[in-house]
Design a protein around this ligand. Structure first.
Ligand SMILES: Nc1nc2c(c(=O)[nH]1)N[C@H]1C(S)=C(S)[C@@H](COP(=O)(O)OP(=O)(O)OC[C@H]3O[C@@H](n4cnc5c(=O)[nH]c(N)nc54)[C@H](O)[C@@H]3O)O[C@H]1N2
Ligand SMILES: Nc1nc2c(c(=O)[nH]1)N[C@H]1C(S)=C(S)[C@@H](COP(=O)(O)OP(=O)(O)OC[C@H]3O[C@@H](n4cnc5c(=O)[nH]c(N)nc54)[C@H](O)[C@@H]3O)O[C@H]1N2
Ligand code: SF4
Ligand SMILES: [Mo]
Length: 749
């Protein structure tokens, strides 16, 4: 029997079908793309086929654990664990205020419901400071797009005439539906042009019509030269710019004197190629572009996000097929309020969308500042591996008064926690992601569980509910008025919920109240979906026309109720909102699109300063964290998941390897200002001289192996971050390599 679910290894969350077998039918034996999925239509990449390695990890946690004085872990019961955790968190709150309790995570690539339930726990504790991976990749983009457009945009790569991938390798990293099919179509079609900006000849770059093989970390000069060329050759789409934007004069002034040839040269690109590229973009009927980690985790990242938007806004590539659009989220992952000037408590760094920059979290713990964070809850994330400077993150966790990790596996982060709580895997509960960016048909997929969790393991919804009950924040008295209404119908329940929850001081705990009262009347194994009733309400209020076009019309309570029931009844996902292209214009959160951001225009002038000399001790630029065929952050920990033996190697250009006197398979010493490790190398014609690249998500501890590959953030440092929003420079780390004179030939593990 094939059962529908989704792949959880990247943000696409392709629909898949799984055949169960093995012991108690709990193994994912065969997997294939689910043709009934309205977003992925049967597409899946090679990674999905081996998901049983996630479900059956040997480091799965099956009981709550408490750290002992000796630093190992003992099993304890749920009641004891939750009453101790509740008491210790409440104690921290009572002594120092809720601001001292930090929340990290809330969901990875396929699981966003835990974050929704955690909101209730955070509210009950008065905890305000939080973060997750978005604050080390997307916050610069969010900050810029919030101020320019007031809405989050994506590109239509299926239909564009010209596409650009800026620091993005979608062949491996995907991020838009059926990426490889779309790339192949584009590459084959002589009428379409694919532009890739990447120092590496990545798989995507190798398919491109134009590969701008930049010098690592110099995209700001490249993009400034592009905008300079647009302004100086009068290639601006005045019809669009006049109708929808403001601030052109300031932009023209800043870019009219940009030395295009010189800046192209600083980026390592010939002026003629740069000019041709800009002319192709300016002449295109439609242009869509995607910036990702190659620039977002790099020097000048926020400036590059701004310049990148200028390229497609000045050429009028918004709100038409093949350009950029504003999708309808079922529940926005992050709301950026541009007037929000909140700062972090210790270092005073800018919060974007309420998220603390990842690079400062450890620093805001390892201090004697009175406002430091003193407790932390980490859920569905592995920050001791994924954040810059792992060693100081480990030290920070040990410096806290209490820390709790909610995960499926005994991760690097769990190994530092005072308490570890075992969660059901993504195939053992109803689960969903809010990464729904399909357009104009917006897709949502609530996955049904494949099987129940093992004894002793709970879903996050259940964990948060029990924690709130252990704190005395919620109890049967709060649930009683809703229980009856839940059995009468959705509309009755909605009315009761407004009266007994939303209009009361417990409104902030709504997610868990819904789980406890609506959850029990949902079909078996679907209780975790209760929180989506509220999300459906939010969408019905925010985008009524789009929901109506997908069949969910009527007053908000009716639309929300029918949508919620349709979500429950669609195990392969459904189209919940249907947009029109014109709608993107109505979603602009400001009177006109703003082209001139003064602080970033000021940064443009600083590009004229001569580049600081590269320190002689570190002649290489290391990109720490490349996506490869078998990497998926740290979601799959078992290294035998990886098909290819050299997936964990450091890639290096042949000339650099020759200069060091080493060859593929040799081990070398890799040193950055932060640390020094041994690593196996692989000569790769993808690499330009001076650039080396390590895969992401490796070097995890796993029973029976000793950490295959290198954990990239042992090598990075917290101070290497963007001056505006604090995003890390993981893709350009200063590094040096040395030959190991007596190194044994690597064992591929
Ligand atoms: N296979 C796989 N797919 C994934 C993931 C995974 O772990 N594995 N993770 C998912 C997640 S969480 C994310 S955020 C996305 C990320 O997706 P991507 O951003 O596409 O992934 P990366 O490989 O980290 O970086 C992209 C490219 O940036 C290039 N780059 C390095 N330095 C520079 C530079 O100075 N300038 C420019 N222009 N480019 C540079 C690299 O050579 C690389 O090809 O992938 C998602 N998809
Ligand atoms: N140097 C460097 N660092 C990077 C990057 C890089 O390119 N270079 N990339 C960054 C990016 S883009 C990202 S997105 C982050 C990712 O880093 P993180 O957000 O920290 O998370 P993941 O590695 O995806 O780990 C997800 C965690 O969730 C757990 N998990 C899986 N399923 C469940 C579940 O159902 N419930 C619970 N409770 N837990 C579950 C897994 O065991 C794992 O511990 O890493 C970032 N770090
Ligand atoms: S890894 Fe991403 S693209 Fe590949 S099947 Fe999974 S969700 Fe789809
Ligand atoms: Mo990411």
């Amino acid at each position: 029997m094939w059962k529908p679910t989704a792949c959880i290894l990247c943000e696409c969350n392709c629909g898949i079908e799984v055949e169960l077998g093995g012991h108690h039918d709990r193994h994912l034996v065969r997997l294939r793309g689910d043709r009934a999925h309205p977003g992925s239509h049967g597409y899946a990449c090679e990674k999905a086929h081996r998901l049983d390695h996630y479900q059956h990890a040997r480091d799965r946690i099956l009981s709550p654990l408490r750290r002992t004085k000796a630093g190992d872990y003992e099993e304890i019961g749920w009641d004891q664990a939750l009453s101790e955790i509740a008491a210790r968190l409440v104690d921290v709150r009572d002594r120092f205020g809720g601001d001292a309790i930090f929340y990290y995570g809330g969901g990875g690539q396929g699981n966003h419901l835990p974050g929704a339930y955690a909101t209730a726990t955070r509210r009950a504790l008065g905890s305000r400071y939080r973060s997750n991976a978005l604050a080390q990749e997307k916050t610069g983009e969010f900050w810029v797009t919030g101020r320019m457009i007031g809405a989050y945009t994506r590109g239509d790569f299926e239909h564009c005439e010209v596409a650009m991938f800026l620091g993005k390798n979608p062949w491996h990293s995907h991020s838009f539906p059926h990426a490889r099919t779309t790339l192949k179509h584009m590459a084959r079609d002589p009428a379409r042009t694919m532009i890739v900006v990447d120092p590496r000849r990545s798989e995507t770059a190798a398919m491109a019509d134009i590969h701008l093989q930049v010098r690592p970390g110099t995209d700001a000069w490249l993009l400034a030269a592009m905008v300079g060329r647009l302004v100086q050759t009068h290639a601006i789409d005045h019809a669009f710019v006049d109708a929808h934007t403001q601030g052109l004069a300031a932009v023209e002034e800043a870019f009219s004197t940009i030395p295009v040839a010189e800046y192209a040269g600083r980026a390592g690109i010939e002026e003629a190629l740069l000019s041709r590229t800009v002319d192709v973009i300016a002449g295109a009927r439609s242009f869509a572009s995607y910036e990702d980690l190659g620039v977002q985790m790099n020097r000048h990242s926020t400036l590059v996000s701004y310049l990148h938007r200028l390229v497609w806004l000045l050429t009028g590539n918004f709100g038409r097929p093949g350009t950029h659009f504003v999708p309808t989220p079922l529940s926005p992952l992050l709301v950026v309020k541009t007037d929000d000037d909140r700062r972090t408590p210790v270092l005073g760094e800018r919060l974007v969308g309420g998220l603390v920059p990842c690079n400062v979290i450890a620093q805001e713990i390892l201090t004697d500042h009175p406002k430091r964070y003193r407790a932390m809850i980490v859920e569905a994330a592995n920050p001791a591996h994924s954040l810059a400077d792992s060693a100081s993150f480990r030290a920070a966790m040990r410096a806290l008064e209490v820390s709790v990790v909610i995960d499926v596996a005994m991760t690097e982060t769990a190994r530092q926690a005072d308490y570890v709580l075992p969660a059901a895997t993504q195939f053992e509960k109803a689960e969903a992601t809010f990464f729904n960016f399909d357009f104009p048909d917006n897709v949502f997929h609530l996955r049904h569980r494949l099987f129940a969790p093992p004894a002793g393991v709970h879903t996050e919804a259940e964990i948060h509910a029990r924690l709130l009950e252990a704190m005395g924040a919620l109890g049967e008295a709060d649930y009683a008025p809703l229980r009856e209404a839940a059995t009468q119908g959705r509309l009755q329940y909605a009315a009761a919920f407004m009266q007994h929850v939303l209009a009361t001081p417990k409104a902030g705990l709504a997610a868990v109240i819904a789980y406890r009262t609506l959850g029990p009347v949902l079909p078996e194994g679907m209780a975790e979906a209760a929180v989506l009733f509220g999300a459906a309400f939010g969408a019905a209020m925010a985008s009524p026309a789009s929901l109506a076009r997908a069949g969910f019309g009527g007053p908000a309570p009716v639309a929300a109720s029918t949508l919620f029931d349709a979500i429950l009844a669609a195990p392969s996902g459904l189209v919940f909102a249907r947009d029109t292209w014109a709608e993107s214009f109505t979603r602009i959160g400001r009177a006109r699109i703003e082209l001139a951001l003064p602080d970033l225009l000021e940064e443009v002038t600083k590009l004229r300063e001569p580049a600081p000399a590269r320190p002689a001790a570190f002649p290489f630029v290391l990109s720490a964290g490349e996506r490869r065929s078998f990497t998926a952050n740290t979601i799959v920990r078992d290294p035998s998941w990886r098909g290819r033996p050299d997936e964990h190697a450091l890639r290096i250009a042949a000339v650099d390897a020759a200069a060091l006197g080493v060859t593929s398979g040799d081990r070398v010493r890799l040193t950055t200002p932060r640390a020094s490790v041994e690593v196996q190398i692989a000569i790769s014609d993808m690499m330009q001289p001076g650039h080396i690249s390590l895969p992401n998500g490796l070097g995890v501890s796993y029973p029976g192996t000793d950490g295959v590959g290198v954990a990239p953030n042992e090598l990075t440092q917290a101070g290497d971050r963007d001056p505006f929003v604090g995003t890390p420079w993981h893709k350009s780390v200063a590094a040096r390599l040395e030959r190991l004179e007596h190194a044994a030939v690597a064992d591929l593990g």
